[in-house]
Design a binder for this molecule. Structure first.
Ligand SMILES: *[C@@H]1O[C@H](CO)[C@@H](O)[C@H](O)[C@H]1NC(C)=O
Length: 368
């Protein structure tokens, strides 16, 4: 009898430790965004290659300050979690709000007052719960004044309190909270609200791409360089700036692109980094998914180069030059994440991969 009681206590103790361990934080984030705009079928996502998937994007209604999902997206968003759980029952999903084409000033306005922040926060929780997401992800691109940065801090603090309270009131596990940020101390040298970020977010998705593109660079460049000596435009600079600002490395998740940028070279014989160009190639903005880039390479017998110093791939054929991340870059970046003790990595976006080549390279490099 005593032995049974002891073994019961022992088991309970271990169960408790197990639970504490998992509620203390995420062990690893091997993630990708799914972009509704890509029209990639959710049921085709190989969720076994990820621990977390971000469903992008929900919108901010500027009239009500509530999180909304457009009618075109409602069916896919509301079934997103159950669909990706079919292949991986352990996958965690987060509803991502905002994105590059949302209005930064709408977010600034929402975050500027307590009552509008509350509308936003309450509606985010309602929609996450009703659709079955495990968390929420803020993609406000970007706060652009010190006041907006301060309001971002208030929003994050109040959001976290609301998530904790909701979990306590309902008995559900707390919704996760992440945000996608650029470097700390940006081009416009604004400081993010470090203390609020540290206290409120489970992790930061550090967007380490779009450093060079034909829309803003007249020369070719490594679009998502991990290193770029003498400049502030690299993934390593971004990660280092967050760590120096006081965010621990195990709260940082490095982002890399499953897409690249194509430029038109001025001179077909000048085809390295920082070569003069006359603008975008192939698409209006020059952006191409990894699968499209691989198709271009085989159709044009393009020359492929991997530069391990900056950690970037590029290819060229005639006067077309494309900078992107191939398996060498992805593998080197995931190794970097492990060396630096980062929480993990994320990719934008799953639908641009080619037969899961990059997703699998990342997952296998991280290991189990
Ligand atoms: C890689 O790119 C850097 C930056 O342009 C350059 O200095 C270096 O020579 C390149 N490495 C190789 C092996 O081409």
């Amino acid at each position: 009898m005593a032995a049974k009681l002891l073994s019961f206590l022992f088991f309970s103790f271990h169960f408790l430790v197990f639970q504490l361990h998992f509620s203390a934080g995420q062990d690893v984030v091997r993630a990708a965004y799914w972009s509704a705009g890509s029209e990639f079928p959710v049921s085709d996502i190989d969720s076994t290659l990820f621990t977390h998937l971000f469903c992008a994007f929900a919108d901010l209604d500027s009239q009500t300050n509530q999180v909304t999902v457009s009618s075109a997206n409602q069916a896919r968003f509301s079934t997103f979690t159950e669909t990706v759980q079919l292949k991986n029952p352990y996958i965690k999903t987060l509803l991502s709000i905002g994105g590059g084409s949302s209005s930064a000033s709408d977010f600034a306005s929402m975050a500027s007052q307590a009552n509008t922040r509350k509308s936003f926060i309450d509606s985010s929780i309602n929609i996450a719960r009703s659709y079955g997401f495990h968390g929420l992800d803020l993609d406000w691109e970007y706060p652009s004044t010190p006041t907006e940065m301060n309001n971002l801090g208030l929003l994050l603090n109040e959001w976290r309190v609301a998530l904790v309270n909701e979990a306590a009131n309902t008995g559900n596990s707390r919704l996760l909270l992440s945000a996608a940020f650029f470097r700390n101390s940006d081009y416009y040298t604004l400081d993010y609200p470090i203390q609020a970020i540290q206290n409120s977010l489970d992790w930061i998705n550090v967007m380490a791409y779009d450093f060079y593109g034909p829309g803003w660079s007249t020369v070719t460049g490594p679009p998502a360089a991990l290193y770029n000596p003498g400049t502030q435009v690299s993934g390593d600079y971004g990660i280092t700036s967050w760590i120096q600002s006081g965010i621990p490395s195990n709260k940082l998740v490095l982002g890399f692109p499953f897409y690249g940028y194509a430029w038109q070279l001025v001179d077909a014989n000048n085809h390295g980094f920082f070569a003069p160009t006359s603008g975008p190639a192939i698409t209006p903005n020059g952006d191409l998914g990894y699968g499209q880039i691989k198709d271009f390479i085989s159709a044009n017998s393009a020359t492929e180069v991997y530069n391990a110093t900056v950690v970037s791939n590029y290819c060229y054929a005639g006067t077309t030059w494309i900078g992107f991340d191939d398996t060498e870059s992805i593998t080197a970046k995931v190794s970097y994440c492990k060396q630096k003790g980062l929480l993990g990595y994320f990719a934008w976006h799953v639908g641009a991969d080619d037969g899961w080549t990059l997703s699998r390279a990342a997952s296998e490099t991280w290991g189990s």
